[in-house]
Design a protein around this ligand. Structure first.
Ligand code: AMP
Ligand code: MG
Length: 523
């Protein structure tokens, strides 16, 4: 494909859906509309500090163009690409279990739709200035949260987890004041902008806000738009709204299985942060499990109830789908079918989770003991502080003819705690005897099994302290860690011998450090 040295955009969302008639950029309630037109503020000295070369290539962009000043200007909203008609979307949401009313893109500005071959995506700048949805906040983003979003979006993509993408990360040259720990110590930080890329940024909350206002006409328009562009195969069905909901539920279900597979904790699963396409969206105070702990939440705002803890994510997804079902009810009128889909969510998840965990431990055949084996394993991982990523990666080196003791030696590097308590040993021996027996009953060779396991158990993930190291260096003007991690995480399942230092237990200094174990929503 011929590579492009310019970005041309087309308005699709804003042409096909109703907009806010007001064009002034003042905070307000926006009714009977899906978006408001708004211009990015423009920045004083845009500077590209990271680029997703992979995504740039998928979009057909010339690599030389992507390092030009013109590109950085567009990626910060300082100049507009031809055809761009920027807008902010109107959505609402349930935050921490409560209806919060109108939220909307308070600091995200969509530039327009971009086409490359069969691909249709929206380009969106996060942190490009205030919008009518900013609700008194400034509309900007700081470097640390932008680095986290950039690295994690691309890492998730390469892990095979559905996600919005990140094309570029630019410094704006402006300062942004944040009270990082919400403890009354605001300080200036470097401003930055990530250009996010996704087929759509529509959230559950876009439907909820219209339904909450009784605006069924526009609710239908939004659902029709979403189906036409993103669920086209359902367009001609009489029961298309139900079928649409069923597919959103299904995609969300699979997403939860993927999050549990790689040890990702989103941290703020409010309904405004749930993608209608079943993508991971809005990387805020997310975190990665170092030690396996289903009760862990990275978000300090979430600590009181741990609503968004690792082990509860599937249940919260189901809760959020219930809210989406409520919003879509005026279009379907079929409460019974909607409820059925929500009820099936749990069963579907349990089945998929078991299959996923079985493949993580390298079992293909069915055996009635498998569910229990997985349960025992979860208990075991909790009974001694164990690194999730390292444990599962090393497990592929276990051979069926090993003794339980030899297997324990293989897994040794995954334990944070030196001591083997009697309780741990007892649990380990129970699990190990069944597991080794199960391995011996499998038909695949150890080499084949290792290959299969290493394709779904990543070797490298974006541990919280790694992102923090990239941030600390970047704040000093050194982008080498940022770029090293971007490159490392392009191949998370491959052995990268020169990168072995990133396949290690979380260092002790990171255990309680801000940004590594605790994150606030301040960004
Ligand atoms: P989040 O918790 O990041 O998903 O954000 C929740 C809501 O707050 C969304 O409507 C955001 O657009 C808005 N928001 C977050 N940070 C800012 C900011 N700095 N300026 C304006 N709006 C913001
Ligand atoms: Mg959000």
């Amino acid at each position: 494909m011929h590579k492009k040295s310019k970005i041309e955009l087309f308005p699709v969302f804003t042409v096909e859906l109703p907009g806010d008639p007001l064009e002034s950029n003042i905070p307000r309630q926006v009714t009977r509309a899906c978006y408001s037109m708004v211009l990015p503020k423009g920045m004083s000295s845009p500077k590209l500090i990271a680029l997703s070369a992979v995504l740039a290539d998928e979009l057909g962009l010339d690599p030389d163009y992507c390092v030009s000043p013109q590109f950085a200007d567009i990626m910060t909203g300082t100049t507009l690409a031809p055809g761009s008609r920027p807008y902010a979307m109107c959505y609402g949401g349930h935050q921490f279990g409560h209806w919060a009313g109108q939220l909307g893109d308070g600091r995200a500005i969509n530039l327009g739709e971009y086409f490359a071959g069969n691909l249709q995506v929206t380009l969106q700048l996060k942190g490009a200035g205030p919008t009518p949805y900013s609700r008194g906040a400034d509309g900007f983003a700081v470097l640390r949260s932008s680095i986290r979003e950039f690295l994690c979006s691309e890492a998730m993509h390469h892990l095979g987890v559905p996600t919005t993408r990140a094309l570029s990360l630019c410094l704006t040259g402006e300062q942004v004041v944040r009270d990082m720990l919400y403890d009354g110590n605001p300080a200036p930080e470097k401003g930055a902008i990530v250009c996010r890329v996704s087929p759509s940024f529509i959230r559950f909350g876009n439907f909820e806000i219209l339904a909450s206002r009784g605006d069924t006409e526009n609710l239908r328009k939004l659902a029709d738009y979403t189906i036409r562009h993103h669920y086209g195969h359902l367009e001609n069905r009489n029961d298309r709204y139900l079928a649409f909901f069923a597919e959103v539920a299904d995609r969300t279900n699979k997403l939860m299985v993927d999050w549990q597979r790689v040890g990702f904790v989103h941290g703020v699963m409010n309904t405004d942060n749930m993608s209608i396409l079943g993508l991971t969206i809005d990387y805020g105070p997310y975190g990665w499990l170092d030690s396996y702990d289903p009760d862990w939440t990275p978000n300090t705002t979430d600590l009181p109830g741990r609503r968004y803890r690792f082990g509860q994510q599937p249940l919260i997804a189901q809760w959020n789908l219930f809210k989406l079902a409520n919003a879509l009810f005026p279009l379907t009128g079929n409460e019974e079918k909607l409820m059925q889909i929500i009820e099936n969510f749990r069963l579907d998840f349990t089945g998929r989770y078991t299959e996923m965990m079985k493949s993580k431990i390298g079992l293909c055949l069915d055996d009635e003991r498998d569910e229990n084996l997985i349960f025992l394993l979860e208990q075991l991982l909790k009974s001694r502080e164990t690194d999730m990523t390292i444990f599962f990666r090393l497990l592929s080196d276990v051979r069926p003819d090993m003794t339980a003791e030899a297997m324990l030696a293989v897994l040794g590097p995954s334990f944070y705690e030196e001591d083997e308590s009697p309780d741990f040993l007892r649990q380990y021996n129970t699990w190990a005897s069944v597991y080794l027996e199960r391995l011996r009953s499998e038909k695949v060779s150890p080499a084949e099994r290792k290959k299969m396991m290493d394709r779904i158990n990543p070797k490298y993930v974006l541990r919280n302290y790694m992102a923090q190291m990239a941030i600390d260096a970047s704040e000093r003007g050194d982008q080498s860690v940022l770029n090293e991690l971007y490159n490392l995480l392009r191949n998370p399942y491959s052995e990268q011998p020169e990168m072995e230092k990133w396949f290690a237990l979380r260092p002790d200094w990171a255990r309680q450090k801000v940004g590594c174990s605790m994150l606030s929503c301040s960004s």
